[in-house]
Design a protein around this ligand. Structure first.
Ligand SMILES: Cc1cc2nc3c(=O)[nH]c(=O)nc-3n(C[C@H](O)[C@H](O)[C@H](O)COP(=O)(O)O)c2cc1C
Length: 468
């Protein structure tokens, strides 16, 4: 893009023409910036940033990439209709790479990524901020809007601008000794299978622990899902429920926080698989509440970690929300038995689970071609780890075997409600968008028909009582 007469660098500036910067300083202080000033970024600076992309490595040095630098607000506004994130900054550099170059896009993605990271660092060295955007809405539509040829695949956008707010500190990284190994992998293998049965309980625990050690970075539950959980708890337990309350496997503690805010008279304790996860959620529970680990014998890295054993008969209420689905099958009955023991006689457990006979199943099949998955499976709290929706019959059998009496039920979302439909249809066009609107209308009817939510509701809640 610039001509400095250099041949080997194809017109890219030479390093000696650029301001000196301490490499390590640039490397360590780069952050994803998500709030930018609207001030324009001079093209001269953007040229320096794109130079950094041009000198990045590519597989076989084929350089089958094309970049489109968009600094025209009108174009960003158009693309922003598909992906709101591109509107955050005054410039976005879209990165594409030859589609057919490598099997399964293996080398394509890596080559494109090398360029993106080079640009992020160069921009930071110039005092600019960036963030990497993969969520481009319909990437094929964006590619067409930008006029990028069909044999190129659009991988990402890099938003660039003058930072308005600089993140004060870096998001936490996983402890280095969990991630790096000398000469041979020395950690524990965590499967990526969507089937909980392919995971041991220790695998699930390690995976969860790794996720919370990353900091508070998980998909937030959708507001309509969180509301559904809180409404079900109010219906089944009464709005004034108070006393000792155990949150079982709260993981990120998002729902724990919501429960604490809604049921102000309750003292919330947490019980999870590891000290790492329980400690993370405990910060979101009640100060006076306890921190417990389950099961007693689960050890990671040769230690059980700090946390008490679940006490017997200590809780008036327990909640286990969308967690049975993530446990290997053989641990579901022991989990319910542990909860039974922890409850006081007459105490209540609200068990939330995702119904296999619901539109969730259809959606998952349509989206992934199969049922279940690791991460991003929609449920009131996103499941991080394996996930398997359950049938009402199977759950009823489990809870009866554990000695519970079913004292109440609540089921919702036989079809996605209006907010959810609008959310899901946000990137759809034409007939599909119309189908989304129709589903939204139908949902009002379906959700109010007697018996339908109980049969087909995606979110099922059982209120279980420990006999006195
Ligand atoms: C492949 C990739 C995709 C990303 N996609 C997004 C995105 O769509 N939206 C966003 O806000 N951040 C995105 N990020 C930024 C990450 O959230 C960010 O790098 C991470 O939280 C670490 O923070 P740091 O960049 O400040 O060190 C992405 C990063 C990478 C590497």
């Amino acid at each position: 893009m610039t001509a400095d007469g250099g041949t080997a660098y194809g017109g890219v500036r030479r390093a000696e023409d650029l301001p000196g910067q301490d490499f390590w300083d640039v490397l360590y202080t780069r952050r994803s910036v998500r709030k930018f000033k609207r001030d324009p970024v001079p093209r001269e600076l953007l040229e320096k940033v794109t130079d950094a992309a041009a000198i990045a490595p590519t597989s076989c040095n084929l350089q089958m990439w094309d970049f489109v630098v968009v600094d025209d607000e009108a174009i960003l506004v158009e693309i922003g209709k598909l992906s709101i994130q591109v509107l955050t900054a005054p410039v976005c550099i879209f990165v594409s790479y030859g589609r057919e170059f490598s099997e399964d896009s293996y080398a394509n993605v890596q080559s494109a990524s090398a360029a993106i990271q080079n640009m992020s660092l160069a921009a930071h060295a110039l005092g600019l901020g960036t963030f990497w955007i993969t969520q481009l809405g319909d990437r094929e539509v964006v590619r067409e809007m930008l006029g990028v040829p069909p044999d190129r695949e659009l991988y990402a956008g890099l938003a660039i601008g003058w930072p308005e707010v600089l993140p004060k500190k870096a998001p936490t990284r996983r402890p280095k000794d969990h991630v790096f190994h000398w000469n041979h992998y020395a950690g524990r293998h965590i499967p990526s299978s969507p089937r909980p049965d392919d995971w041991t309980l220790a695998d699930v625990a390690i995976y969860h622990r790794a996720r919370v050690l990353n900091g508070n970075r998980y998909n937030k539950p959708r507001p309509w899902e969180q509301e559904a959980v809180l409404d079900a708890l109010e219906t089944l337990l009464g709005a004034e429920r108070s006393g000792a309350w155990l949150e079982f496997m709260p993981f990120s503690g998002v729902l724990t926080m919501a429960i604490r805010a809604r049921f102000t008279g309750a003292v919330l304790s947490v019980c999870d698989l590891t000290e790492g996860t329980a400690g993370f959620a405990k910060k979101r529970a009640s100060k006076e509440g306890g921190l417990y680990l389950w099961p007693d014998e689960l050890e990671l890295d040769g230690t059980r970690g700090e946390g008490d054993q679940l006490p017997e008969g200590a809780f008036d209420t327990a909640t286990c929300l969308f967690r049975l689905e993530a446990l290997p099958r053989e641990h579901r009955a022991p989990a319910l038995a542990a909860l039974q023991r922890a409850l006081a006689p007459g105490g209540k457990l609200v068990l939330g689970f995702c119904n296999r006979r619901s539109y969730n199943t259809l959606m998952e099949r349509a989206r992934r071609g199969r049922l279940g998955g690791v991460e991003y499976v929609l449920a009131p709290e996103p499941h991080l780890g394996p996930f398997e929706s359950l049938t009402v019959g199977a759950v009823e059998e489990l809870v009866r075997d554990a000695g519970f009496r079913i004292s109440g039920r609540s089921s919702v979302h036989a079809l996605p409600g209006p907010t959810e439909s609008a959310f899901r249809a946000r990137n759809l066009h034409g007939p599909l968008a119309l189908a989304g609107k129709l589903a939204s209308g139908l949902s009002r009817v379906a959700n109010s028909l007697p018996g339908v939510p109980a049969l087909l509701g995606r979110l099922q809640f059982l209120c279980l009582e420990k006999p006195s």
